[in-house]
Design a protein around this ligand. Structure first.
Ligand code: G3H
Ligand code: 13P
Ligand code: ZN
Length: 304
């Protein structure tokens, strides 16, 4: 029913484009990103973080993704993002996710290998692929945080993939989670990415890659948001990262800002409105627009 994440990524690796991973937390986000995928005939990955599962519950988010994949005319995969809790990872495997991420990047190298190997063994038994992480992506969100960026070591990355058997690898090359990514500006380490790509053959994943577009931020700010100092990864650097071998790109923050901007605008411009549908439909529409921009940027348009 769900698309096979590994197959999508291997095809993207061949074609030198990236598949969009969108974090989902509720109905409007699912519908917004899926409408974008359908309009552009692009395969996408719907991803639930531990925070999303805590908020909405795995059964609800799984059901939303399942209905979407049954109705969509494009491949949709379902992925567990930043899995740290082994019980939750096991639940996702049992439930029938397409892929799971084991994020043991905060652990020492050997411990990261042990935990990742364990999850690979569990997931592969069920035909589910595994994303792992080496190095440290910066920034902070609800349940995913780390203050310092530690770049992925290319030699260690090869050893890590060889020893764990993970199917794709999230690399730390200077990106950062959330809306406050950089003190000055983005400076992705494309040299490190090139060295990783020359040694590691599995698809590579870029987290913390939102663009935090100023047009969106301005709308949110116009209607009262306090977002001073936010900064994202410019499109030009994303394009270079895709040319450098990135085949899966995670976006959450841009969807959040779209949601925030649209809801604020709706509440502000229609103060007499109290129907939640009239607050949330504009959010769904703006999320679709942002998701379309990401898909176009990643080059996955028409690949579904
Ligand atoms: O990379 C993390 C995702 O954006 C999820 O963040 O833990 O706030 O749901 P969250
Ligand atoms: P952003 O915060 O840049 O959207 O990154 C999301 C992410 O990496 C989810 O795993
Ligand atoms: Zn992430």
């Amino acid at each position: 029913m769900f698309a096979d994440t590994k197959k999508l990524l291997l095809k993207a690796q061949q074609g030198k484009y990236a598949i969009a991973h969108f974090n989902i937390n509720n109905l409007e986000i699912v519908q917004g990103v899926v409408q974008a995928a359908m309009k552009l005939k692009a395969p996408i990955i719907l991803a639930t973080s531990e925070g999303a599962l805590k908020y909405a519950g795995m059964n609800y988010l799984y059901a939303l993704a399942k209905i979407a994949s049954e109705q969509a005319n494009v491949p949709l995969a379902l992925h567990l993002d930043h899995g740290k809790d082994l019980d939750l990872i096991k639940q996702a495997i049992q439930k029938g996710y397409s892929s799971v991420m084991i994020d043991a990047s905060h652990q020492k190298f050997e411990k990261n290998i042990t935990l990742t190997k364990h999850v690979v063994a569990l997931a592969h038994k069920k035909g589910i692929s595994v994303e792992a992480e080496l190095g440290t992506i910066g920034g902070a969100e609800d349940l995913v945080s780390s203050r310092n960026i530690i770049y992925t070591d290319p030699e260690k990355a090869k050893e890590f993939v060889d020893r764990t058997g993970c199917d794709f690898l999230a690399v730390a090359i200077g990106t950062s989670h959330g809306a406050y990514k950089f003190k000055s500006h983005a400076n992705l380490q494309l040299g490190i990415l090139g060295r990783i790509q020359s040694k590691v053959k599995v698809p590579l994943v870029l987290h913390g890659a939102s663009g935090v577009p100023s047009a969106l931020v301005s709308v949110a700010q116009k209607y009262g948001a306090d977002l001073s100092g936010v900064k994202g990864v410019p499109d030009s650097q994303i394009k270079k990262a895709i040319m450098g071998g990135i085949t899966k790109i995670n976006t959450d923050t841009d969807l959040r800002i779209a949601f925030d901007a649209a809801v604020r605008k709706a509440l502000h411009t229609k103060p007499a409105e109290f129907d939640p549908r009239h607050m949330l439909a504009p959010a769904r529409d703006l999320i679709q627009k942002v998701a379309e921009q990401r898909i176009r940027l990643f080059g996955s348009i028409g690949k579904g």
